[in-house]
Write a protein that binds this ligand. Structure first.
Ligand code: URA
Length: 250
C-alpha cells in the first residue's frame, strides 16, 4: 500500500504526455515527461509542444556540448521572451497600409527593461535583445554568504527610471528562489510595482514557485517547465545541472 502511494505520488510529480504533431495518433507519439502543473495562478508555463520538449531534452542531457547548450538554451530563451511580451498591455493603433487601406492594430504601452541576475541571468540577455531592439538592461549580483549561507547583495546597476518601466527579470533556474526574491526586493526598493515585474526562467522548482507566489502574488513568473523538486544541495531535479557553468565555463 505504502509503495503504491509512493509510486502514484511520483507519477503525479512527473506527468507524462504523448508528444508529437497533431496528425499523429497517440500510439504513434512517444511519451515524454512534461511540466508539472501547479496551483499558483501567477505562474505561466509555456505550452508543452514537441519543439519545446525536444529543446529541453537537448539542454538537460549531460552529454550535450557547451556550443549546443548555448544554442538550444538561447532558443528556449527566445520562446520565454516572446511569451513574456504577450503579458504587456497594448493600446489601439490604427495604421494605413501601402494600398491606402486602414488596419486596426495595437501598439505596446509603456517602456520595458531587462534586469539580469549575474552571472547565469546574463545568458538570457541575447534573446531579449533579439526581440526588443536597444533594450536597456540592468544587473544585480547576489551571492551566497559563506558564513550565513544566505543570499547577499553585492552589486546593482539599474536604469534610472526603472520604476516607470516593465521589468523582465532574468535568471534561468528558479530553485529555492532566494536570490531572485532578493533581486525583486531591490527592484521594489527602487519603486517598481510588483505587478510590473515578469520573472523569466527556463526551469522552476515547485518550491521556488510557491515561495515566490507567497511573497509576491502579483508578480508573474514565465517558465518553460516546472520540474519535480530540489535535491539536498538545492539543485533542481531532474534539472540540467549548473546552468552558469554549462553556459560559460564547462
Ligand atoms: N542553479 C542552477 O544552475 N541549477 C540548479 O539546479 C539550481 C540553481
Amino acid at each position: 500500500m505504502a509503495n503504491t502511494n509512493q509510486e502514484s505520488n511520483e507519477l503525479q510529480r512527473a506527468p507524462s504526455q504523448h508528444v508529437g504533431p497533431d496528425y499523429k495518433t497517440s500510439d504513434e507519439k512517444p511519451e515524454a515527461t512534461v511540466s508539472t502543473t501547479i496551483e499558483q495562478k501567477n505562474v505561466v508555463i509555456l505550452p508543452q509542444t514537441p519543439q519545446l520538449i525536444a529543446l529541453l531534452t537537448m539542454i538537460r542531457d549531460k552529454n550535450t556540448s557547451r556550443a549546443d547548450f548555448i544554442f538550444y538554451s538561447n532558443r528556449i530563451n527566445r520562446l520565454l521572451v516572446e511569451e513574456a511580451l504577450n503579458h504587456l498591455p497594448v493600446h489601439p493603433h490604427t495604421i494605413t497600409t501601402p494600398v491606402g487601406r486602414t488596419y486596426a492594430g495595437v501598439k505596446f504601452e509603456g517602456k520595458i527593461c531587462g534586469v539580469s541576475i549575474m552571472r547565469a541571468g546574463e545568458a538570457m540577455e541575447q534573446a531579449l535583445r533579439e526581440c526588443c531592439r536597444s533594450v536597456r538592461i540592468g544587473k544585480i549580483l547576489i551571492q551566497r554568504d559563506e558564513e550565513t549561507s544566505k543570499p547577499r547583495l553585492f552589486y546593482d546597476k539599474l536604469p534610472e527610471d526603472v520604476k516607470d518601466r516593465w521589468v523582465l527579470l532574468l535568471d534561468p533556474m528558479l530553485a529555492t528562489g532566494g536570490s531572485a526574491l532578493m533581486a525583486v526586493d531591490v527592484l521594489r526598493s527602487k519603486g517598481v510595482p510588483e505587478e510590473r515585474i515578469l520573472f523569466l526562467n527556463l526551469i522552476a522548482s515547485p518550491e521556488g514557485a510557491a515561495n515566490f507566489s507567497k511573497k509576491y502574488p502579483k508578480l508573474r513568473i514565465v517558465t518553460a517547465f516546472v520540474d519535480q523538486g530540489l535535491d539536498e544541495k538545492n539543485y533542481i531535479v531532474p534539472g540540467l545541472g549548473d546552468f552558469g557553468d554549462r553556459f560559460y565555463t564547462l
